[in-house]
Design a protein around this ligand. Structure first.
Ligand code: SF4
Length: 511
């Protein structure tokens, strides 16, 4: 489905492909027409898309799934999740109904269809990934099913031709008492509503909640539980398809350009990744930063950078990786190179000028891309590190302070550091401990962010100046800083306008 300048399979080999590969070779490369907003993703897409679309569509869907997962980690109720996800879905994966009369219906449905299949490919390799993917896709489907246009939803369900057996009138009469008891409608007429019969294994959720009648190996499900039936069917089909994909993975005639993208996508499932965006250094109301401001600005730094800053102030030194992590972060918030050099020079109080110039200055210039060859990214230097990078790199050794403290600190130390920077809510600290115990480091960090900015967040939500997608899960330290600074300076001059609240779509990304 990727647009090629050349065929993936050598034409000379094509005729000799074995029967398993021939199914790929014979695919009809054509555009599909999407009659329904909802999709059971039974047919894989076959039309061409560009490599760029392949990657960005998958990343957008991944963002949506990660946010859904964060909602479960945060114990958000179904209503809160729906509310929170509305803005996220509008931004990353909009999917309008026919009644909206939007010109972009087919475009949106196409992106939804392709992105699902790309992630299916990326997340079918291990049991754990398959389970998570299936759970989150089911949540997404349920969310959309609930808010679908009623008539369009009924048409969609009809189009599925699911194998539900309608309970006949005579059987309904025979089981009347049991059906009424099961549906909690004792005293009413069971004939008034439709009932379906399915194998009980297909509706485990309803069985668990005792909302149906179980008899002779069949589950009798009332019409009003239709959503559970459809959702159970969706999950079952997806689980079966994921198993098949997993088995077919090794036989795929893989395109060498796709494997790095697929690997990166599956890694991003652990901690969602976000590229650094130049908009993070472009904060309304904050003019060019100087070295003297860093102490004050450090109040708005995430714990990973705050820890480096405090260690630097206490010991007048940082080891190599800590310096690199912090320099790139400072560069990312917009500290110019000459100011950064002064900042480090003054911070390293115990060093002579000569030693500083000889052993440290070059590395700072290198990080900014002022010196260095090919490896130095065409003069732009290195990119500020994302949470994913900091959470997946090797753990720091003795005396090193780099990385993410939510991961690198022992829980007791983490709690004391958090208390030192002002996080004193016992409930928050308790849940941070739980998050960390389950290795949900960035969730713990976001929890702390929301607690430390709760008044400001309430305000921007109430006055509607920030949308949900401006308050999405933070997955980059530079986004943490930018958002924190903007929230703490609301109402000052032109501050408060969110310019790419997280990492904005289509913004210039430094490679
Ligand atoms: Fe820094 Fe990200 Fe860790 Fe938060 S989760 S402390 S922003 S690396």
């Amino acid at each position: 489905m990727i647009r090629h300048d050349y065929s993936r399979v050598d034409p000379k080999r094509r005729a000799n492909l074995d029967y398993k590969k021939r199914q790929f070779a014979k695919a009809e490369f054509q555009q599909q027409n999407y009659n329904h907003r909802l999709n059971f993703y039974v047919l894989p897409p076959t039309a061409e898309i560009t490599l760029d679309e392949f990657e960005t569509w998958a990343i957008d869907r991944l963002k949506v799934l990660s946010e859904l997962e964060a909602c479960t980690f945060r114990n958000r109720s179904p209503e809160e999740t729906t509310e929170y996800m509305r803005g996220i879905l509008d931004k990353y994966l909009p999917l309008r109904s026919d009644s909206s009369r939007s010109q972009k219906l087919q475009e949106e449905r196409r992106k939804d269809h392709y992105s699902h299949f790309i992630l299916r490919l990326a997340f079918s390799s291990t049991e754990d990934l398959r389970r998570r993917f299936s759970r989150l896709e089911t949540m997404l489907f349920t969310l959309r099913f609930k808010d679908d246009d009623l008539r369009e939803r009924a048409d969609f369900v009809k189009s599925l031709e699911l194998e539900w057996e309608e309970v006949r009138e005579e059987e309904k009469r025979e089981l009347k008492e049991d059906l009424l008891a099961a549906s909690g409608m004792v005293g009413k007429k069971s004939e008034e509503q439709e009932w379906f019969k399915v194998d009980w294994e297909r509706v485990p959720e309803l069985v668990g909640q005792r909302r149906i009648l179980l008899k002779r190996g069949k589950a009798y499900v009332p019409q009003r539980e239709q959503m559970s039936l459809v959702v159970a069917e969706f999950t079952k089909k997806l689980d079966d398809a994921l198993e098949l994909t997993a088995r077919a993975l090794s036989e795929l005639d893989e395109d060498h350009r796709l494997s790095p993208i697929l690997t990166h996508l599956s890694q991003s499932f652990t901690t969602p990744d976000a590229p650094y965006s130049t908009s993070d250094a472009n904060i309304n109301g904050l003019s060019t930063i100087t070295h003297q401001q860093i102490d004050t600005l450090s109040q708005s730094f995430p714990l990973c950078m705050r820890n480096l800053h405090d260690t630097l102030r206490t010991t007048s030194h940082l080891k190599h990786y800590g310096r690199l992590q912090y320099t790139l972060f400072l560069k990312g918030i917009g500290l110019p190179l000459d100011e950064c050099i002064i900042f480090w020079r003054r911070s390293f109080k115990l060093l002579t000028d000569e030693k500083f110039n000889k052993e440290y200055k070059y590395n700072i210039r290198h990080a900014y891309g002022d010196v260095g060859g090919d490896a130095n990214r065409r003069g732009r230097g290195y990119t500020p590190y994302s949470c994913q990078k900091l959470l997946t790199e090797p753990l720091p050794g003795p005396g090193q302070t780099h990385g993410c403290p939510y991961r690198t600190f022992a829980p007791d130390n983490l709690v004391s550091v958090l208390q030192r920077v002002g996080v004193n809510d016992r409930e928050v600290l308790k849940t941070v401990r739980e998050d960390v115990g389950k290795q949900r480091y960035h969730v713990a960090c976001n929890r702390v962010f929301e607690w430390s900015h709760k008044r400001e967040i309430r305000k921007v939500k109430e006055d509607g100046s920030w949308g949900t997608s401006d308050l999405d899960t933070i997955v980059h330290p530079n986004t943490w800083f930018k958002r924190s600074w903007l929230l703490k300076h609301l109402g000052e001059g032109n501050v408060g306008v969110v310019d790419g609240g997280a990492v904005g779509q289509g913004e210039k990304v430094v490679e």
